[in-house]
Design a protein around this ligand. Structure first.
Ligand code: PRX
Length: 655
């Protein structure tokens, strides 16, 4: 099996229509209805979004201006007041949903928990009061470093309830990476757990937090709040650290949701770009609430009785928008699973689907490819007949994996929504609406109503049908990121001035390459910058290079991606050593581990190649394209005439 290539997807012409039965019951029932919505939004975007904000959300106070657009800075629903935790919880309590399952959680060692809307509301209120007890106030930032347990969602909603912004750091990141993010976000409190399950081992999360906070290296943090999950011995430091189960006994369950301004900070989520330092992507309350809500409703076609499961981790944007906020704002039943696909439990996903009667299932191509490899006998031994809709996200899906997903998991009856979006976009941007838009394997299909997506050249002009170009968005949308935390210039430069604005027309530059076919369908080809996508995780090559050169043995490092059957891409690092060091297997292992310590296991290079020198241009720039070709084992396609010293290339070739 291979990754999609331009040639393979150009040959992909299969078209799959939803069944009449699916379409009849769907939120959006036909292509005509999709076109009507798209036209409505196009004709008057502000009226379109205002109509939805009015009908879909509860506001404490209505906005007076729908959009204030001072490119590239947008404000949506100006002067409106709302609280996303109120929209996710309180408003359902006065309806029949009060006793509906809000969260079904499946733990790694086989334990599980179900919380109704009333129960989840109660826990969120208590957690919010515990945060207040630790001094958290409206406007503060709270760091979350959590396993996939209900308290992760509870803590997010509790922050939103008191008006503190959360910054969730994926539990697979190292102490170093956690520290950088806490410092940048100036977090006041860190919420964590004694440990969490990752595949078959326990990760001691609190221990990592201790390392991150050691020697007062994050002066803004005054307290930690620790959830007991795995039960191992855990060091608690004097007045700083508090067990959640202790505080829970002391606090009341009465905590009204703080009225928040539409543009008040809701969360910061760090993501990699082409520069060394991860960016704090800023999302605010009103626009994000609306966008995550309406995309969940229409794309996942939520019906009242559905059990919906998104397999992401809450440490990523997919977990924020499509495990927690989108589904709960809609009053849906959302499943949360602590485990991950692995050879030691090849049926784990299918067990969860069978056990909870999951109807809607949303996962990543990497997981699908891993399951294909584990064998069809595992899904075939389970009852997956409850499924009615499937989704994928995070990376391009190769048509073979798409067809397997459709046939073996979906039994040929479930539409697939291939959803393209990013941390920055807040919610899904290009996707099928499952009852309306016919799908083609490997294409994310058409833009969501209100999204003016385009494929352009570097001058900002639309390219022709089936020509490659850059994915861009021509109009602001409610879920868009507002800025880079603490660095508005960087926001402007990276996303809005990469394509120089013409006559005041700003374009959002996504960093992906794409093509649009004769039906207007988008085919996303992957990143065009120095970002690699390993198993759906986004990693900046510069971050990994910085990690490598921080090791005393490394003089220079260059990191590139190479195609990988399972993970989509894998990391290959070329390093030159300081004079006193020489290549060895032991050093190779040490360097890999060093990257794990600096960033986290997701950034462990698949391969490290020692080199005497790196190929550079006469002006001293590392020729990465050449390294990419070398790493992939393909003919060198790039121009080598600017190479300063041709013998470097020969030596690298010889290995
Ligand atoms: O390259 C695109 C890829 O993932 C990037 C965004 O990564 P992140 O911010 O971590 O968010 C991931 C989950 C939304 C994009 O720039 N990507 C995401 N979805 C798709 C995709 N590539 C192809 N097809 C998709 N459906």
């Amino acid at each position: 099996m291979s990754q999609p290539t331009i040639e393979s997807i150009l040959q992909e012409h299969r078209l799959f229509h939803p069944s009449a039965e699916f379409s009849q019951k769907a939120q959006i029932k036909s292509l005509d209805e999709y076109h009507r919505l798209y036209e409505e939004a196009n004709a008057d975007p502000q009226a379109f979004w205002a109509r939805l904000a009015e009908t879909e959300l509860h506001w404490f106070q209505k906005w007076d201006t729908v959009l204030d657009w001072q490119p590239p800075f947008a404000k949506w629903f100006v002067n409106g007041k709302l609280n996303i935790s109120y929209n996710c919880l309180d408003r359902h309590l006065t309806t029949w949903r009060r006793n509906k399952a809000a969260l079904i959680w499946e733990g790694e060692p086989g334990d599980s928990r179900t919380l109704t809307y009333a129960q989840l509301h109660r826990e969120v209120c208590q957690f919010a009061n515990a945060l207040k007890h630790l001094g958290v106030q409206k406007g503060d930032r709270v760091g979350l470093y959590m396993p996939m347990i209900p308290e992760a969602a509870i803590a997010m909603l509790a922050c939103a309830r008191v008006g503190a912004a959360h910054t969730v750091v994926f539990g697979g990141f190292s102490a170093e990476a956690l520290r950088d993010r806490l410092v940048d976000g100036q977090a006041k409190v860190v919420v964590t757990a004694d440990g969490g399950w990752r595949k078959d081992a326990i990760v001691p999360l609190k221990e990592q937090v201790d390392k991150a906070l050691a020697d007062g290296s994050v002066p803004s943090v005054t307290h930690t709040l620790v959830v007991k999950r795995t039960g191992q011995e855990t060091h608690m430091q004097g007045d700083r650290d508090h067990w959640w189960h202790d505080l829970q006994k002391q606090v009341s369950a009465d905590c009204p949701a703080e009225p928040m301004g539409s543009e008040d900070l809701l969360f910061i989520l760090y993501t990699s770009g082409s520069t060394g330092k991860p960016k704090g992507v800023v999302h605010t309350t009103g626009g994000y609430n609306l966008y995550s809500h309406i995309t969940t409703k229409w794309i996942f076609d939520l019906q009242d009785t559905d059990v919906y499961w998104c397999t992401a981790d809450v440490g990523w944007i997919t977990g924020h928008s499509y495990i927690v906020y989108g589904p709960l704002s809609n009053g849906a039943t959302t499943v949360m699973y602590e485990g991950a696909p692995r050879a030691s439990n090849p049926g784990c996903f299918w067990d969860v689907i069978e056990k909870h009667g999951v109807n809607i299932f949303y996962t990543a191509p990497t997981a699908i490819r891993a399951f294909i490899k584990m064998g069809d006998e595992h899904p075939k031994a389970r009852d997956l007949s409850s499924l009615r809709l499937l989704g994928t996200v995070g990376e391009p899906i190769n048509p073979e994996a798409w067809i397997w997903y459709q046939q073996v998991i979906g039994g040929g009856r479930c539409p697939i929504v291939d959803t393209w979006w990013q941390t920055e976009t807040g919610g899904i941007m290009i996707t099928a609406l499952p009852g309306a838009i016919p799908t083609k394997p490997g294409s994310a299909t058409l833009p969501f109503p209100g999204i003016l997506a385009d494929v352009i050249d570097l001058e900002g002009n639309s390219v022709g049908v089936n020509e490659g170009g850059y994915l861009a968005v021509r109009h602001p949308w409610p879920g868009m990121m507002r800025t880079v935390y603490g660095d508005p210039d960087r926001f402007r430069r990276i996303y809005w001035e990469h394509i120089p604005p013409k006559e005041g027309q700003y374009l959002y530059f996504a960093g992906d390459g794409a093509r649009r076919d004769e039906d207007g369908y988008f085919w996303v080809m992957g990143r065009v910058d120095d970002v690699i996508n390993v198993a759906g995780h986004r990693l900046g090559t510069m971050e990994i290079e910085s990690a490598l050169v921080s090791h005393p043995a490394v003089a220079e490092a260059a990191v590139v991606g190479k195609p990988d059957e399972l993970k989509g891409q894998d990391i290959v690092a070329f390093v030159t050593l300081e004079g006193t060091y020489s290549p060895s297997d032991a050093l190779l292992k040490e360097l890999k581990q060093h990257v794990v310590n600096e960033i986290g296991a997701i950034a462990r290079p698949g391969e490290i190649r020692f080199a005497e020198a790196l190929p550079k241009t006469r002006s001293g720039k590392i020729m990465r394209r050449l390294l990419r070709d070398l790493a992939s084992g393909v003919e060198i396609s790039s121009d080598t005439s600017t190479l300063e010293d041709r013998s470097v290339l020969e030596k690298l070739r010889e290995g």
